[in-house]
Design a protein around this ligand. Structure first.
Ligand code: ZN
Length: 226
């Protein structure tokens, strides 16, 4: 899957990362002014390369506290092969649903920067129907995990993107910050569907734009994994 971010998307990513110093071809670019001048000249290949290099800085920029906690915990950990990393996620993730959906969910999570993936594994549960079942009734689910619902009737590739998108929401927000976390699930769902006021609607729209941008960056980075 080849995802090339637009100039506008790349500008926003660089801005989020504080206009970092990076090399483009043989030149180093740094700071808002230099980047604004360089952006129109970048080829799609340059944009792709830069996006790949911004994958981890974007994770740091969008949740510095969580990123630092993850880094402290990961010190001394050995670098894993992708298959090994997928296996660890598949074993740890709280997943309830059609068995076929677990593989694309796992690959989706594994394609995110590790702090983002591990945050989702720790904080969320994933539920799916629509692939081999049309519905199901389960036992009681762990109340401390945020539910993420996946539409299992989509292709594996699409399920993978949904998983990345929702896990990114979990990265940029925390239930502690959301006032409606204290309401019942039914009320929360209604709030998500129809935000109460302009302010809430605008906050949701901003979060959605940020999550789309981050998912695009992380998809692009994942597409070029060596
Ligand atoms: Zn969203």
């Amino acid at each position: 899957m080849n995802v090339v971010p637009t100039r506008h998307e790349l500008r926003r990513m660089l801005q989020l990362c504080g206009w970092p110093r990076l090399t483009v071809g043989r030149f180093a670019v740094q700071g808002a002014d230099e980047w604004q001048a360089a952006l129109p000249r970048l080829t799609p290949a340059d944009r792709q390369t830069l996006t790949r290099r911004l994958a981890w800085p974007l994770a740091m920029a969008t949740n510095p506290a969580r990123f630092r906690t993850w880094c402290a915990g990961a010190r001394g950990r050995k670098r894993e092969q992708f298959a090994q990393w997928c296996g660890r996620i598949a074993a740890a993730v709280a997943y309830y649903g059609d068995p076929e959906v677990l593989a694309p969910l796992t690959v989706g999570l594994a394609s995110l920067p590790a702090p983002v993936a591990e945050n989702a594994v720790k904080k969320c549960m994933f539920l799916a129907t629509g692939r081999s079942t049309s519905g199901w009734i389960g036992g009681f689910l762990p109340p401390w995990l945020r539910p993420v619902l996946l539409a299992g009737h989509y292709s594996d590739e699409h399920v993978r993107k949904i998983a990345m998108h929702e896990a990114t929401h979990a990265w940029v927000t925390s239930t502690e910050q959301e006032p409606f976390a204290l309401r019942t699930t039914r009320e929360s769902t209604l709030v998500w569907a129809t935000p109460a006021g302009d302010q809430e609607r605008e906050a949701k729209a901003n979060e959605e734009n940020l999550v789309r941008l981050l998912t695009a960056a992380w998809l692009s980075a994942a597409a070029h994994r060596p």
